[in-house]
Design a protein around this ligand. Structure first.
Ligand SMILES: [Zn+2]
Length: 71
């Protein structure tokens, strides 16, 4: 990675911490509205999930996200 952006997010439900690095250009492209799978497709599903949910201020890890829809 030429310019890594470090992501450090805590799931607001289980408090699991996700830390990973993304390419800064990709990160900002996503923040500016590019679909996440186009620019950050190299992340795992869980990493993308917590990143997407962090955008509204309540990061949720993949496990908790799945749990929310399994009833
Ligand atoms: Zn969680």
């Amino acid at each position: 990675m030429k310019n890594p952006h470090h992501v450090n997010l805590t799931c607001c439900k289980c408090h699991e911490v996700e830390t990973f690095s993304v390419e800064s250009d990709d990160y900002y492209a996503w923040r500016n509205g590019t679909p996440i799978q186009e620019v950050l497709g190299y992340l795992t599903v869980n990493q993308r999930e917590i990143l997407v949910t962090s955008k509204n201020g309540f990061p949720i890890c993949g496990d908790c996200f799945d749990g929310m829809f399994q009833r």
